[in-house]
Structure formats: structure tokens, C-alpha cells
Design a protein around this ligand. Structure first.
Ligand SMILES: C=CC1=C(C)c2cc3[nH]c(cc4nc(cc5[nH]c(cc1n2)c(C)c5CCC(=O)O)C(CCC(=O)O)=C4C)c(C)c3C=C
Ligand SMILES: [Fe+2]
Length: 383
């Protein structure tokens, strides 16, 4: 067997407040997040949205210590996975490739080439597949691979999703059980799965399997937990005025409070590490909504991070991938080129949702006309 590598994929997050705007620019430049009819408009739109969102986003990162912990935790997961595989008799090098911030996927690939890796497992740190996360990273890697003959010599395989892996389900069930046993009434507390949302158009127009995998994942975790507590699945972190997967987490929490639920145990399920959407959105924003609505206990299950059962599960996923038939980037789900993907930003000066959409469209139009005029003016000067 040749030199073996594991490439862990994640989204990336700003390490410090100055990184927030360029990080958002990278995110909104991705046609897998927002796709416009003309690729030429992608960069101006990304600039506009990242500039409008940066201040609010920076305030949130400030509340969790001034930056995302994602890099630190992902590196710790990488080291733990390497040790685990070594204990299981496999000597591997582990690389981290983030989609929108350092260490970028391109940096990881350059290192993989320098290390002369001959066999590679590409493992996204998202248990469920979405075209906006794993799909986007696979598309990037596919493009990099196609133009690089050295990479084409590497025998690689990808793991599109692993939400049904037995060890992962066990790790989640253990983490939930520990948190449940701390509340006042462990057998009656309501278990609340909060998944990251995506716009409905991703599912209905682009064929994203994300919702199906999330629903199956929550049901499998409940089966493994083997308790009779009631549970709800809802979706958090929506951006902009288009329709995202429902029920929305904030609305669902209020409804449960109205039904008389007093104890909530919140389980983040699209993430395997703590980051802004667990530490700020769940722990601060949703907690406040819950307490205001009359929920007395708002407990949150920690993300798996470097939990030993979870790391063993990742090691099992790697070994299985090595033993299975290799799976290529091109074999995974990809949206059609003409699929509309645009979870527009919420424009702050809008009065109602539809006014916001139109304000946004008008602002965009004005901005594009301005760009066009600048460009035409420049073209005239050059003539
Ligand atoms: C605008 C559309 C977005 C989609 C679709 C989306 C899907 C999606 N994202 C994650 C996981 C993460 N997202 C993170 C940050 C983040 N995501 C968006 C937007 C979309 N995400 C924004 C604007 C941001 C920046 C933060 C903010 O301004 O709110 C992160 C990094 C968090 C960190 O700690 O830095 C992760 C991880 C999933 C799993 C997902 C779809 C399944
Ligand atoms: Fe996100």
C-alpha cells in the first residue's frame, strides 16, 4: 500500500474579526451558495452582500471571543483521527481543507502533492450531504483534479455522507443521554434537533438529498438513544427572505412553549464541532427566545468535537471507504448548471418581507447600473 492520506473537508470560519468580511466574500462568491444567471455578476453581488452583512456577523463573532473556533477544533479532530487510525494499524497523514477560509482546500492539496500521497480518502466533516457544503467542496476538488496530471495519479475515494454510521449514532446518543440525565425530568424533557437550514429550492429544484438525510439521521439517533422522550426536528440559520426548510427553529421553540413544554434539550445535528451557530445562535439567541416564551430548562448537547466514540466512528468511516469500491467526485450529486440558487440577503431597510425582496432587487439593479456605468466610462476613457 502506498502513502495514505485523509483529507478532512469543512467550511472554515474567520479566525479574527478582520477576517469576517473577506470570509463572507468567499462564501457568497460560491455559485453553490448563490447562483446568478450570469457568472459575471457573481463577484459584484458577493462584494455587496459581504459588505452589508459584515457588521452584524462581526458582532456575533465578537460575542464568541472574536473569531470562529472551527479551525482549532478541526485540527484537534484531525490529530485525534490520525492517532486513532495509527492505533488501528494504519499510518496516515491527515490534511484539512476548508472551503472559504484558511487552511484552504487548495493549500491542503498542495501539501498532499508535496508529501507524495498515493492513496487518499476525502472525508467531509458534514454527516449529511448538501450541495451547499460537501457538494461545493467536491465540485472544487473535481475542478482542481481535472487540470492536474499529478493529482490524477492519486487513487482517491470520496465519502459523500455518513449520517447513518453506527459509531456516529452511538456518539450522538451518548452525548444526548448525558445531557438528558442532567435535567429535572429526564424522561419527559423534549429533545429538539436543530439542523442547519437550506433554501427549499435546493431540495425541490436542485435535488439536494439534505432534508431526507437529516430526517433519517434524527430518527436513527432517537432509535439508538432508546428512550421514549418526544422529539422535534427544526432548521436554523436562515439567511435572506426566500423560503428555507421548515419548521424554523425559533418558531418551533415558541410553539413548544405554548404547548406547555418546560424542558428542552437542544441537539445540533448538521455540525460536528462547536462554531458560531452553536455558541452564538443556539446558546444565546435561541436560549433567549426559549426563556422569554416560558421554557424553564434550555439544555444544549455539545457538538462531538473530539469525543472518543466519535473519533473512532470517523476512523471506521475511513477504513470502510478504503475497503469499498472507490467513489469519484463526478459520481456524487451535482445541481444542473441552470438551477436557480439564491438565498438573498435580508436588506436591513426593508419594512415587510416582500418589500425587502424588492428593496434588495432595486439595490442590486442600482448597483449593477453603477458598475456598468463605471465600466463604460472607463472603456470610453481607454478609447
Ligand atoms: C447563504 C446561504 C447559506 C447556506 C445555504 C448555508 C448552508 C450551510 N452552512 C453550514 C455550516 C456552516 N455555515 C457557517 C457559516 C455561514 N454560513 C452562511 C450561509 C449559508 N450556509 C453564512 C453567511 C455564514 C457566516 C456566519 C454568519 O454570518 O452567519 C459555518 C462556519 C461557522 C463559524 O464558526 O465560523 C458553518 C460550519 C451547513 C452545515 C449548511 C447546510 C447544510
Ligand atoms: Fe452556513
Amino acid at each position: 500500500m502506498g502513502r495514505l492520506g485523509v483529507l478532512l473537508l469543512n467550511l472554515g470560519g474567520p479566525d479574527k474579526l478582520e477576517d469576517v468580511r473577506p470570509f463572507l466574500y468567499n462564501l457568497f462568491s460560491d455559485p453553490e451558495i448563490i447562483r446568478l444567471p450570469s457568472p459575471l455578476l457573481q463577484a459584484p453581488l458577493a462584494w455587496l452582500i459581504s459588505t452589508l452583512r459584515a457588521k452584524k456577523s462581526q458582532e456575533n463573532y465578537k460575542k464568541i471571543g472574536g473569531g470562529s473556533p472551527l479551525r482549532r477544533i478541526t485540527e484537534a479532530q484531525g490529530q485525534a483521527l490520525r492517532s486513532q487510525l495509527q492505533q488501528n494499524g494504519r499510518d496516515v497523514s491527515v490534511y484539512i481543507g476548508m472551503r472559504y477560509w484558511h487552511p484552504f482546500t487548495e493549500e491542503a492539496i498542495a501539501q498532499i502533492k508535496r508529501d507524495n500521497i498515493e492513496e487518499l480518502v476525502v472525508l467531509p466533516l458534514y454527516p449529511q450531504f448538501s450541495i451547499s457544503t460537501t457538494g461545493s467542496s467536491f465540485r472544487l476538488l473535481d475542478r482542481i483534479w481535472k487540470v492536474d496530471p499529478d493529482l490524477q495519479k492519486i487513487k482517491y475515494t470520496v465519502v459523500p455522507s455518513w449520517y447513518d454510521n453506527s459509531g456516529y449514532l452511538q456518539a450522538m446518543a451518548n452525548l444526548i443521554a448525558t445531557e438528558l440525565d442532567r435535567v429535572k425530568n429526564p424522561s419527559a424533557a423534549h429533545i429538539f434537533f436543530s439542523a442547519h437550514g437550506v433554501p427549499v429550492s435546493y431540495i425541490e429544484e436542485a435535488g439536494d438529498p439534505y432534508q431526507k438525510e437529516i430526517e433519517a439521521c434524527a430518527a436513527l439517533i432517537m432509535q439508538r438513544l432508546n428512550r421514549t422522550n418526544p422529539y422535534t426536528l427544526a432548521y436554523q440559520s436562515r439567511v435572506g427572505p426566500v423560503e428555507w426548510l421548515q419548521p424554523y427553529t425559533d418558531v418551533a421553540i415558541e410553539e413548544l412553549a405554548q404547548q406547555g413544554v418546560k424542558e428542552l434539550v437542544v441537539v445540533p445535528i448538521s455540525f460536528v464541532s462547536e462554531h458560531i451557530e452553536t455558541l452564538e445562535e443556539i446558546d444565546m439567541e435561541y436560549r433567549e427566545i426559549a426563556e422569554h416564551a416560558g421554557i424553564e430548562t434550555f439544555a444544549r448537547v455539545p457538538a462531538p468535537d473530539t469525543d472518543p466514540t466519535f473519533i473512532q466512528a470517523l476512523a471506521d468511516v475511513v477504513v470502510k471507504a478504503l475497503n469499498d469500491r472507490p467513489k469519484l467526485f463526478s459520481e456524487t450529486i451535482q445541481p444542473q448548471k441552470n438551477t436557480k440558487l439564491y438565498p438573498q440577503e435580508r436588506w436591513e431597510w426593508g419594512m415587510t418581507q416582500s418589500a425587502e425582496v424588492w428593496n434588495g432587487r432595486l439595490a442590486m439593479l442600482g448597483f449593477l447600473i453603477l458598475l456598468l456605468e463605471l465600466w463604460l466610462g472607463r472603456a470610453q476613457i481607454l478609447q
